[in-house]
Write a protein that binds this ligand. Structure first.
Ligand code: ADP
Length: 193
C-alpha cells in the first residue's frame, strides 16, 4: 500500500514548517518534517551524530541514513496511532530532498501534488532564518555562511526534485506574502487534490 502524499517544497526560510504544522493540525492530515525528526534524535544516537556533522556545514545527510530515519518514524507514528495510513494524507516537509531520495521513495509514496513555496526575496528568507535561529535554537541558522551553503544546496540538489515529479504535479505558491495569505493559497490547492 502506498501513502497518499502531498509534498511541501521550498528553500530554507520559505515557510514550509509554519504551513506544514497548520495543515497537520487538520483532521486526516499527518505532517512529517524530516529536519524535526533529525533534531529530535538523542545526541548519542548514531544518526544524531551524523546529522550534526552534515547539517552544521549546510550539507544534506546521506540518503540511506535519511530514508531509514524516515521509515523508522513513519512506522512508529503508525504503531502509536497518530498516523493512520488508510485514512490520512501524509504531508512531507524536507523529504525527498534530492532526486535519489525521490527514487528511493517511489514505491511507498502516492504523490498527489507538490506545493512549491517560492520566495524570490532572498533577504527576507535569510531574515526569517536568523530570527528562527534565536527562537528555536537552531545552530545551522545562526551562521550566515552556513545559511548561504544551505541555499546553494537547495538550488543544486533539491530543486531537481521538481523536474523529477514533472510540472503537472507542481503548484507554485508565493510565500513572500503574509502567512495567512500563503495558507489561503495552499488550502485552495489542497482541497482539490
Ligand atoms: P530547512 O528547511 O531550513 O533547510 P530542515 O529542518 O528541513 O531545514 O533541515 C535541516 C537540515 O537537516 C538540513 O540542512 C540537512 O542537513 C538535514 N536534512 C533534513 N532533511 C533531509 C533530507 N531529506 N535529506 C538529507 N538531509 C536532510
Amino acid at each position: 500500500m502506498k501513502f497518499r502524499t502531498i509534498l511541501l517544497f521550498g528553500a530554507p526560510g520559505s515557510g514550509k514548517g509554519t504551513q506544514g504544522r497548520i495543515l497537520g493540525a487538520v483532521p486526516d492530515y499527518f505532517y512529517f518534517a524530516c529536519g524535526d525528526a533529525f533534531r529530535n534524535l538523542r545526541i548519542d544516537d548514531p544518526i544524531g551524530r551524523i546529522f550534526i556533522e552534515y547539517s552544521s556545514k549546510g550539507l544534506l545527510v546521506p540518503d540511506e541514513t535519511t530514508i531509514s530515519l524516515w521509515s523508522r518514524n513513519i512506522q512508529a507514528s503508525t504503531v502509536q496511532g497518530v498516523f493512520n495510513p488508510t485514512r490520512d494524507t501524509l504531508v512531507l516537509d524536507g523529504i525527498p530532498r534530492n532526486a535519489k531520495q525521490a527514487e528511493m521513495l517511489k514505491d511507498v509514496l502516492d504523490v498527489k501534488g507538490l506545493l512549491h513555496l517560492a520566495c524570490l526575496d532572498e533577504k527576507k528568507m535569510i531574515e526569517r532564518l536568523q530570527r528562527r535561529a534565536l527562537r528555536e535554537n537552531r545552530l545551522d541558522d545562526a551562521n550566515l555562511d552556513v545559511i548561504k551553503k544551505r541555499l546553494d544546496t537547495y538550488e543544486k540538489e533539491t530543486k531537481p526534485v521538481l523536474d523529477y515529479y514533472g510540472s503537472k504535479m507542481v503548484h507554485h505558491i508565493d510565500s513572500s506574502k503574509a502567512p495567512i495569505e500563503v495558507l489561503r493559497e495552499i488550502l485552495n490547492v489542497v482541497v482539490r487534490l
